[in-house]
Write a protein that binds this ligand. Structure first.
Ligand SMILES: Nc1ncnc2c1ncn2[C@@H]1O[C@H](COP(=O)(O)OP(=O)(O)OP(=O)(O)O)[C@@H](O)[C@H]1O
Length: 335
């Protein structure tokens, strides 16, 4: 592993962001009133967030819509000034946007693009080479590596507007990482991509992290991204951190019990399984049921004694179910 520079850490203390929004009544009359008597309202988007990331750490940053994830990432990359608190990223204060800081980080937003639409991606790469003052030797080496991992071969010379969404996203990532940043802020980097493309983007992020020891904060609505890449999870809700810890511990937060997965030698019915727990799926010789945490051993023992079981496994519920339960909503989707 080539470590880019010694300090790729992130330190956040009591970070806050308040947006002031102007309120306007609907219609023309509302606009006129607004001229005379302008009403404003404060939106507390981030309310005292603190965490530390060690160099090389990959962290999943999760939360429901409007929780404050993008606002936090924008403050960490210096695009937004915090209303309060402290941030240090790779030893810099992001809001100052010093050249050395900008060369150390990248912010990738899946919903925004930086590539020039009418030109081939290669031209945007050359622009970035000039902006970030990348030597020809490093440019060639990085391009070779990215072309290989992201399979960019046939697409670099095509007009960006003619690329598929997945191809464009791969080029966006390559452009954003060409200067070999040591801290990566990735906001929904796989949004809208099909499952295969999501997997290539994940593999690229994993490879970059391992190769350069880069620190990564990743937001995604696809839980598969997070479970594949991050061991530590930060969960934000209504501008506050509500969880900071191990992915496995997050799964353990569920009050909903554990899942028992069964392989049987004789088919069972849902009605039979109802004696042991709530059946999630019954499909001839295989079945899944949820049982209360405290009862797992007793119920598993009864299943083994009563039914002709070929295999039995006990698992934590899928992480998206835990998140949906934490927020009481069903909006976290699985990739
Ligand atoms: N420029 C802005 N002006 C006013 N309010 C804003 C602005 N940007 C975001 N907000 C508000 O701040 C809160 C946090 O928004 P943010 O975009 O950070 O959330 P998020 O967690 O990234 O959500 P999502 O998952 O939907 O992208 C929301 O209530 C949002 O409406």
């Amino acid at each position: 592993m080539t470590t880019l520079t010694p300090d790729a850490s992130v330190r956040v203390r009591d970070l806050r962001k308040q947006y002031v929004v102007h309120e306007k009544e609907p219609g023309f009359l509302g606009s006129l009133k607004g001229f005379v008597n302008r009403k404003t309202r404060a939106v507390e988007a981030v309310r005292g967030v603190s965490f530390d990331l060690a160099p090389g750490e990959v962290v999943g940053f999760l939360g429901p819509n409007g929780a404050g994830k993008t606002t936090t990432l924008k403050m960490l990359s210096g695009l937004l000034h915090p209303s309060g608190g402290e941030v240090r990223v790779a030893g810099f204060e992001p809001r100052r946007r010093e050249a050395a800081f900008l060369k150390s980080i990248t912010l990738v937003m899946g919903q925004k693009q930086q590539l020039l639409w009418d030109l081939p991606a290669l031209d945007s790469f050359l622009v970035n080479q000039a902006i970030y003052e990348i030597s020809d030797a490093q440019y060639r080496e990085t391009m070779r590596e990215f072309t290989d991992v992201l399979d960019l071969g046939g697409i670099l010379k095509k007009q960006v507007r003619k690329l598929s969404l997945g191809e464009r996203m791969k080029c966006e990532l390559a452009a954003a990482l060409l200067h070999r940043p040591r801290v990566l802020f990735l906001d929904e980097p796989t949004i809208g991509l099909d499952v295969n493309m999501q997997e290539s983007v994940r593999a690229f992020i994993r490879d970059y992290n391992e190769r350069y020891g880069a620190t990564v904060i990743l937001t995604s609505h696809y839980m598969a991204d997070v479970t594949a890449l991050a061991r530590r999870i930060l969960v934000i809700d209504q501008g506050q951190l509500v969880f900071d810890g191990d992915l496995a511990r997050l799964a353990g937060q569920s009050r909903g019990g554990k899942t028992i997965r069964l392989q049987l030698r004789q088919p069972v019915t849902a009605a039979q399984l109802a004696h042991y727990g709530s059946a999630i799926r019954v499909d001839g010789l295989s079945a899944e049921l949820t049982v209360p945490r405290a009862e797992v051993s007793a119920r598993a023992a009864r299943l083994l004694a009563d039914l002709d079981v070929a295999d039995l496994t006990v698992e934590d519920p899928p992480i998206e179910a835990v998140m949906a339960e934490l927020f009481g909503r069903k909006e976290i989707v699985s990739g």
